[in-house]
Design a protein around this ligand. Structure first.
Ligand code: GLY
Length: 429
């Protein structure tokens, strides 16, 4: 069996690792891949958003399945191009990827179909957006409508903060073209969880739920990042919560997309806020989360290749719940100095051999001209601990992260703290 993986981050390394764990004889090619994936297969340096180059590579490799990892190639229509050339590609078409690439599109869809989410309005004019802020009041959330590498959301405690955010996004262009339209959205209070469903347009399979730590600093403080760590499973994502999300969000979303003539195949990622009024959608993504994938796949019992091929080609058969995983996984992101604002790259990395129960996923790494491993992005590695016991998984992850060598690196030592507190409370009752 042959799989072509598009992308080169921690998520794609985790997918490559899981495919090899399930089936060691599988042959992997990645574009562009990274030095971690290179230990599992061949890496070819092409741009995964260049549809013509991807199709040419697929014609050369002859994969049974192409896995498209990041949102940019999905939004660029790489799945459309692969399908038109006869390849089975896991991921949504360009039209279906609008669920992530346009927050206005997804908000309109949710409001039209009664899918639980925060109220919002959308604006292409800054003065109009500020008027909406004054009508909504604070706290309020300002979102760039387009793709902004996970950074386009600003939570504003006051009206003045929101007006500043609108100026930054719409007038100063901090998120580029992604900010030419903004959403002014009601603030939701609660804990956010990441619910992943593999979809075939009609049916879906729920994967184990995860929680991401988006804030830079311990105790979930400081600026937002792409994610400083994650864990799975999440005990507040009870069976009842997951059934609710399946019935009121995932099923209706798939139906709405079919009605729009854009059936959703691939991975539907629902960022769900668990509010006092029940779970509500914060946002959809149209691909696996990063770093959640680095914890969801290590606990997933099912074979990933089979799930993805069914999603892309033959169909899943029926919807089912595969959310009960094996044990627990915790991942700690090791970040470059200066991340998230201005990460400094090019630093030498040393990764000691991992003890049993630890996998080190490469995210922002590269080989320099002499073959040395160096940092090449803000989030450099994701160190995942896997164990039957949650606290043990967290300790494995934290302790191995502290053994990584990279000048001025930083990481959080408290990944999974909310879950640890919940488990301690339950044990004390
Ligand atoms: N962890 C957040 C994301 O993948 O968008």
């Amino acid at each position: 069996m042959k799989v072509l993986i598009l992308g080169g981050g921690g998520r794609e390394h985790a997918v490559a690792w899981k495919l090899k764990i399930d089936n060691p004889s599988i042959q992997l090619t990645a574009a562009p891949g990274n030095p971690g994936i290179e230990e599992l297969g061949r890496c070819i340096r092409i741009n995964p958003s260049d549809a013509a180059a991807v199709v040419a590579l697929a014609q050369d490799v002859g994969p049974d399945l192409v896995f498209v990892g990041p949102e940019a190639p999905l939004a660029a229509g790489v799945v459309d191009a692969l399908s038109a050339s006869g390849f089975a590609a896991f991921g949504p078409t360009r039209a279906a990827a609008q669920l992530e690439s346009s927050k206005r599109y997804s908000k309109e869809l949710m409001l039209e179909h009664g899918i639980p989410t925060a109220g919002a309005s959308w604006h292409v004019d800054a003065a109009e957006a500020k008027l909406a802020v004054r009508l909504t009041g604070a706290p309020v959330v300002i979102k760039a409508s387009g793709l902004a590498a996970g950074k386009g959301v600003i939570i504003c405690p006051t009206v003045e903060d929101a007006e500043r955010a609108i100026d930054q996004i719409m007038l100063q262009g901090v998120f580029g073209a992604a900010g030419s339209e903004v959403l002014v959205e009601d603030y939701m209070d609660g804990e956010e969880i990441s619910v992943f469903a593999v979809c075939d347009g009609t049916e879906f399979v729920l994967l184990p739920p995860a929680q991401d730590h988006k804030r830079l600093l311990e105790g979930d403080r400081g600026p937002n990042t792409g994610g400083m760590g994650a864990y799975a499973p999440v005990s507040i994502a009870t069976q009842a919560v997951l059934e609710d999300v399946a019935d009121r969000v995932i099923g209706p979303t798939l139906q709405a997309m079919r009605q729009r003539g854009a059936p959703f195949r691939g991975l539907l990622y629902c960022g769900m806020m668990l509010t006092a009024d029940g779970p509500k959608v914060v946002e959809y993504n149209c691909r696996f989360g990063d770093p959640e994938t680095q914890v969801v796949l290590p606990v997933l019992r099912e074979e990933l290749f089979d799930l993805m091929l069914r999603s892309a080609a033959s169909g899943l058969g029926a919807s089912r719940d595969a959310s009960q995983g094996n044990g627990a996984a915790v991942t700690t992101v090791v970040a470059a100095p200066g991340y998230p604002d201005t990460p400094r790259t090019g630093g030498d990395i040393e990764i000691p051999d991992a003890p049993p129960g630890v996998v080190t996923f490469h995210a922002g790494t590269a080989r320099d001209s002499t073959g040395r491993l160096v940092s090449s992005g803000g989030r450099v590695l994701a160190v995942t601990g896997v164990a039957d016991d949650f606290a043990e998984a967290a300790a494995l992850s934290r302790e191995h992260a502290s053994r990584i060598r990279l000048a001025d690196l930083h990481f959080r030592r408290d990944i999974g703290w909310r879950e640890m507190e919940r488990r301690a409370r339950t044990a004390g009752n």
